[in-house]
Ligand binder design. Structure first.
Ligand SMILES: Cc1cc2nc3c(=O)[nH]c(=O)nc-3n(C[C@H](O)[C@H](O)[C@H](O)COP(=O)(O)OP(=O)(O)OC[C@H]3O[C@@H](n4cnc5c(N)ncnc54)[C@H](O)[C@@H]3O)c2cc1C
Ligand code: SF4
Ligand code: SF4
Length: 413
């Protein structure tokens, strides 16, 4: 009989934490601070033991151990990898300035701008640079198109995206969320039992997420250029082109650049274990999910910026149509073949997941509540040798390495 998670500490020590900060919000009495751990990812550190009710809420809602997908028994037939498919398109922001500044085609920024400017929401929950440390990120409710634009670009770094969620809900304003799939999983968990979260969080947009690198990855980028965190005033992982250069700006004004491959190929041992067993890294639970649109999943150089987009829900499809009609985004119709071609690493992860989770069970770790994710159907599509390799690799890692030790990203060409 597999054991269940018993405490906040259990989640962190077993390597299931993704550093979202929701537990800090759920357990104010525990005086949790989100601190950079030895693996370079943010982890909750409790000043006091959470009260039993607080700990129970963490165990029910933490997205590290609770993810429920759309593949329930009463759902219509879904695409085994991509879930509910209302519309798939290739596209970009209509505004060339947005398209240039954004990570890829700027669809996430353009949709978020449309939502606030059309009055459908008062704000969009996104991430932006933390003013104190150029590598740090913080969650923010953006209320204007200009503020949304300041959140454009992918931040390849750990961020406690949900640590301020109750504060944002206290504001009583309807808002959307444009973040990672695991952030959306946390929102869905909260919405399942909190009427205020259901009423106020009216739309969710997820990015496809090939893993979140640790802050160590950025430290290593700086170290290769003779810099440390204190030496820089700004850091940009992506954007200003597609993918755009990675750029560190030093206090003396000099800039230091790298290319896209550096974070994923030269420097891959910076992901967290939980990303290796992520049961939804493609935003199955979001109204809309957005990613890059490079054929084969890897950039062949700089391009003008394109996104692959999927609307999972009617609300998502409506937003795409509405933003298109308003001239915010440009879309070309496509189908799931576009997603599978541009996201081969996500297809492979979905197919490998059942085997990796079987290894987690055999290693004696507690059982996460990963439900309705269609993992058996995904596994059925691949050769048993692939499943065996994933099972063995995960089990070996769990036997040999500390549970929350840095792992190698799956996302390499
Ligand atoms: C950690 C990470 C891994 C990714 N992996 C993949 C992948 O495997 N495949 C793929 O196709 N695309 C991946 N992306 C997404 C890709 O880089 C683009 O963000 C996506 O294509 C949307 O492009 P855009 O131009 O519409 O985004 P933009 O218009 O630039 O908007 C970016 C949005 O992402 C949000 N965001 C940025 N960094 C973070 C963060 N650390 N945490 C939460 N939200 C954040 C911003 O708040 C904003 O809403 C990843 C992004 C990140 C941050
Ligand atoms: S995943 Fe989020 S809610 Fe769960 S323990 Fe980590 S920081 Fe807390
Ligand atoms: S791979 Fe999954 S767990 Fe890791 S950061 Fe991305 S969405 Fe979150």
């Amino acid at each position: 009989m597999p054991r269940t998670f018993e405490s906040l500490a259990d989640i962190v020590e077993t390597g299931f934490c993704i550093g979202c900060g929701l537990c800090k919000a759920l357990a104010p009495g525990a005086e949790i601070v989100m601190q950079e751990a030895a693996n370079g990812h943010l982890r909750p550190v409790a000043g006091r033991s959470p009260a039993p009710a607080e700990e129970a809420a963490i165990l029910r809602l933490c997205p590290g151990i609770n993810v429920t997908g759309p593949f329930s028994a009463d759902a219509p037939p879904l695409d085994p990898v991509w879930g509910e498919v209302r519309r798939v398109a290739r596209g970009h922001a209509a505004d060339p300035g947005v398209r240039f500044l954004a990570a890829a085609g700027g669809i996430m920024t353009a949709l978020s701008q449309h939502l606030v400017e059309s009055g459908q929401v008062r704000a969009v929950l996104q991430v932006r640079p933390d003013g104190t440390d150029a590598l740090a990120s913080q969650p923010v409710l953006n209320r204007t198109a200009d503020a949304v634009l300041e959140s454009a670009g992918s931040r390849y770094a750990t961020c406690a995206t949900l640590e301020m969620l109750p504060e944002f809900l206290d504001g009583g304003e309807p808002f959307a969320v444009a973040m990672k799939p695991c952030d959306i999983a946390a929102i869905r968990n909260l919405q399942a039992e909190d009427v205020r979260a259901r009423e106020l969080i009216v739309l969710t947009i997820a990015l496809f997420c090939g893993t979140v690198p640790s802050l160590q990855a950025s430290d290593d980028f700086l170290a290769r250029r003779g810099l440390a965190r204190d030496d820089i005033t700004a850091f940009r992982w992506r954007g200003h082109g597609c993918p755009g250069p990675t750029v560190a700006t030093a206090r003396d004004g000099r800039t230091f650049e790298g290319d896209y491959a550096e974070f994923w190929v030269d420097n891959p041992w910076t992901t967290q274990f939980r990303c290796k067993i992520c049961p939804d890294a493609v935003g199955l639970q979001a109204d809309i999910a957005v990613g890059d649109a490079w054929p084969g999943g890897w950039p062949k150089g700089e391009d003008e910026g394109w996104n692959a987009v999927i609307a999972h829900t009617e609300a998502g499809a409506r937003l795409l149509a509405d933003a298109e009609a308003a001239g915010r985004i440009v879309l070309q119709e496509a189908d799931v073949a576009l997603l599978s071609d541009t996201q081969p690493h996500h297809v492979a992860l979905r197919e490998a997941l059942a085997a990796r989770l079987a290894a987690v069970r055999v290693a004696g770790l507690p059982e996460p509540r990963f439900e309705d994710l269609g993992l058996a159907a995904c596994a059925a599509a691949v050769d048993t040798a692939v499943l065996a390799k994933n099972f063995e690799g995960t089990l070996r890692r769990l036997r040999d390495a500390a549970r929350d030790a840095p792992a190698q990203a799956d996302y390499t060409p």
